[in-house]
Design a protein around this ligand. Structure first.
Ligand SMILES: *Cc1c(COP(=O)(O)O)cnc(C)c1O
Ligand SMILES: [Zn+2]
Length: 445
């Protein structure tokens, strides 16, 4: 048996494929693929604190990377193929004030700032995995559909790997900070007249037909990179397992990766329990909430795939288009839905939905008391507040909230809140005459 291979997640198919194949889905049955490992052929330390020794060799790019520092759990590649631009230098920070906003006790809420990645979002963790695989298979041209951050990250890694890149974005549906990155990093940028779900479908067809390398989160190598966010949270907690992980849900790649990370660590005996997972979606793009929480769909539900299909047909019939201020999660047909159901199963998860008003207010709180984040990321804090109020998350439980993207990604939403709304945390600029006395009196108000 190989050290690593690709395997269909559908247990009644479970077809396996070589790591060297480029497959957006299982050719036999069309389901998503996982990366699997023969753990007997991988060097796995007996204790997670073993990884700390790599801090002392940080002039080695693989040890510097917050993804590849944990390469024992990403054993699908040789070191020589690794694509890294220094991703994963992110921090887990205790934040009592943000915690208090959500009704939590001091010492219980930790924020994982994935906005500190090179392109400003957690996507770099995954892109590092995908581009490593792209280099293994000799790909020359990478493509993705994107609500913004995937394109920014793809463009950055493509130019670092000397590959061509094309990104598909829905017209008018992208935050300016993200668009500016894709353009600046030199990606060919196609503004498709449609929304993200339309782009996603087109890019999959184009990739298949033109044999281009697809880096959306259907790409299982991306999810391997995103597992490392969980390792870093554990590391930030001195390798203690928190009670809850809270994450926003869009295409559901992150939540899927987190479930896989914990299942593997448990299987390897490196953690003794698995934290619970709370996935927070926006009310304007709430497919997962509707299916999981309201209709009770589970990984092992009878006729699961037929039920998903029927729901999508309902959406089509009603002419539904997702709409939320949190553009990064404005997705109604999440490609990783089934993997995400598996993660919810592994982690005894819950799904909640929050309004745009709740997202924007929570975002202002993260800005006022923390390092700031973009709207989608703040859904976690709004979701935590709701789950605390519902008594599902106890106010003394230890919670790690993943803040997925940087504050500067979407300045329009931030400035609009502060200038144009009378929110509790609005902080309007004060216009003053160009006059010393007027300025001093304005400052003293
Ligand atoms: C991509 C993205 C998400 C959604 O993550 P999924 O893995 O698609 O669920 C959330 N927040 C930000 C900032 C993102 O860029
Ligand atoms: Zn299959």
């Amino acid at each position: 048996m190989e050290k690593a291979w690709q395997q269909c997640i559908n247990s009644s198919c479970a077809a396996t494929y070589s790591i060297d194949e480029i497959l957006p889905a299982c050719p036999t049955c069309g389901n998503l693929l996982d990366i699997k490992y023969d753990w007997n052929k991988v060097e796995v330390p007996s204790n997670l604190n073993w990884f700390e020794k790599r801090w002392s060799s940080r002039n080695n790019p693989l040890d510097y990377s917050g993804v590849w520092r944990f390469r024992n759990f990403l054993g699908f590649t040789d070191d020589k193929y690794v694509a890294t631009v220094g991703e994963g230098q992110t921090i887990l920070q205790r934040n009592d004030q943000v915690g208090a906003y959500a009704g939590m006790n001091p010492g219980s809420v930790y924020l994982e700032y994935e906005g500190c990645n090179p392109s400003g979002s957690f996507k770099d963790n995954g892109m590092s995995g995908a581009f490593t695989h792209a280099r293994m298979v000799g790909a020359r041209h990478a493509v993705c559909a994107s609500t913004g951050n995937t394109s920014a990250s793809l463009a950055l890694y493509a130019h670092a790997c000397d590959m061509a890149s094309t990104v598909f974005i829905g017209s008018g549906r992208i935050a300016y900070g993200k668009l500016s990155q894709a353009l600046d990093y030199g990606a060919r940028t196609l503004q498709v007249r449609g929304n993200f779900d339309d782009c996603m479908k087109q890019v999959q067809d184009v990739a298949r037909q033109e044999k281009l390398y697809l880096v959306n989160s259907v790409n299982p190598f991306r999810l391997e990179g995103q597992k490392t966010i969980m390792y870093r949270i554990l590391e930030g907690l001195n390798w203690q397992v928190p009670d809850w992980i809270v994450v926003p849900g869009g295409n559901l790649g992150n939540s899927s990766a987190f479930g896989k990370a914990f299942a593997e660590l448990k299987e390897l005996g490196l953690i003794d329990r698995i934290p619970r997972l709370a996935i927070i979606v926006a009310q304007g793009a709430d497919t997962l909430y509707e299916l999981y929480t309201k209709r009770g769909l589970r990984l092992n539900s009878e006729d699961r795939d037929a039920k998903i299909k029927a729901y999508y047909a309902e959406l089509d019939a009603s002419g539904y288009t997702p709409d939320t201020v949190a553009t990064a999660i404005e997705i109604s047909r999440p490609v990783n839905l089934v993997k995400c159901l598996r993660a919810l199963d592994i982690c005894d998860g819950v799904v909640r939905s929050v309004s745009d008003e709740q997202i924007i207010e929570a975002k202002a709180v993260v800005g006022k008391y923390g390092l700031g984040c973009e709207p989608a990321s703040a859904a976690t804090i709004a979701g935590l507040k709701q789950l605390q109020a519902q008594g599902i998350i106890g106010n003394d439980q230890r919670v790690a909230c993943v803040l997925t993207g940087h504050q500067l990604k979407d300045p329009t939403v931030t400035v609009t809140y502060h200038i144009e709304t009378a929110g509790i945390y609005s902080n309007k600029p004060i216009e003053v005459d160009n006059d010393l006395q007027a300025i001093i009196s304005a400052m003293n108000q």
